[in-house]
Design a protein around this ligand. Structure first.
Ligand code: AR6
Length: 168
């Protein structure tokens, strides 16, 4: 069963099996949570990312966590918000594909940032709806797999939105 939690804080500090990175398609680093993860993990993370050949929007790839407390980083690429229907599908797929990768790597605790809601401009309320649905759907389909899933909220607005959705 999945245990879904909402927490406030910096994802790079979390001692979980995997943290998810809101990356770009090059997987070679950037600002926001991506920059914070690379800074905290150290240069070996970038070296491993260079071997991956990038990542398509909505897909996910895994690396080790290096100096992070987390053992793995799952890198996924959210959509750059445009207001089209494909944004929803792409964002939904980021969560589902990250969770599939987690399951396939025997990961039993994972933390997500609010993908696409910074530089990529996805409205935070819509993103919280899509991501919570994706995680709930995945959990229902994988009910025999034990995993703790954390929505790690960096800003007050995201924290408020996820707490409302999950009634916590
Ligand atoms: N811990 C948890 N969440 C964080 C942290 C942190 N340390 N820092 C920021 N956030 P963004 P995007 C939240 O811009 O919109 C990068 O340059 C932040 O409050 O990091 O998917 C990449 O390389 C926001 O809610 O990612 C890409 O080019 C959320 O993380 C591009 O930005 C996502 O904001 C990706 O843009």
């Amino acid at each position: 069963m999945a245990d879904i939690r909402v927490e406030k804080g910096d994802i790079t500090q979390l001692s979980v099996d995997a943290i998810v990175n809101a990356a770009n398609s090059t997987l070679l680093g950037g600002g926001g949570v991506d920059g914070a993860i690379h800074r905290a993990a150290g240069p070996e993370l970038l070296a491993e990312c260079r071997t991956l050949g990038g990542c398509r929007t909505g897909e996910a790839k895994i690396t080790k966590g290096y100096k992070l407390p987390a053992r793995y980083v799952i890198h996924t690429v959210g959509p750059i918000y445009s207001g089209s229907e494909s944004d929803t599908d792409d964002l939904y797929n980021c969560y589902v594909n990250s969770l599939n990768l987690a399951r396939d790597n025997d990961i039993h605790s994972i933390a997500f940032p609010s993908i696409s809601t910074g530089v990529y401009g996805y409205p935070k309320d819509e993103a919280a709806e899509v991501s919570s649905k994706a995680v709930n759907d995945w959990a229902a389909e994988n009910s025999s797999y034990d995993i703790e899933i954390i929505f790690c909220c960096f800003d007050d607005r995201s924290y408020e939105l996820y707490r409302e959705i999950f009634n916590v």
